[in-house]
Design a protein around this ligand. Sequence first.
Ligand code: SF4
Ligand code: SF4
Length: 114
Amino acid sequence: MMENIFGFSISPSSAINMDKVDRALFEELCRVEPDAVRCMACGSCSATCPAAAFSGMSIRKVLLCLQRGKEKEAFRMMSNCMLCGKCTMVCPRGINTRRLVLSISRIYGKEDTK
Ligand code: SF4
Ligand code: SF4
């Protein structure tokens, strides 16, 4: 094994085969909430999010996870959202992030994100 020879191991590939990702729910989300594709990943929402510091909650990452078929990871982050709405006040794109979180929960069938 490589590890035995060189003293280190190679991390498993994190490549995602997008051809195998079912994007039906994300497309439905975009239809209901066009804001889902307006995010420019600036991170302002995470910087102001009270949950981000202790849980890693990030709207930007949630959207990326959903696009890449990593729903479990997205919902792990969203379970820490308190729906306080602070992120909505700072988004430079004017995205109603709080409403977006609620729409994601509804469309992905996770009404209760806790
Ligand atoms: S609504 Fe959720 S994501 Fe937005 S700032 Fe509050 S806890 Fe963070
Ligand atoms: S503040 Fe708005 S544009 Fe910036 S990462 Fe958050 S949702 Fe996206």
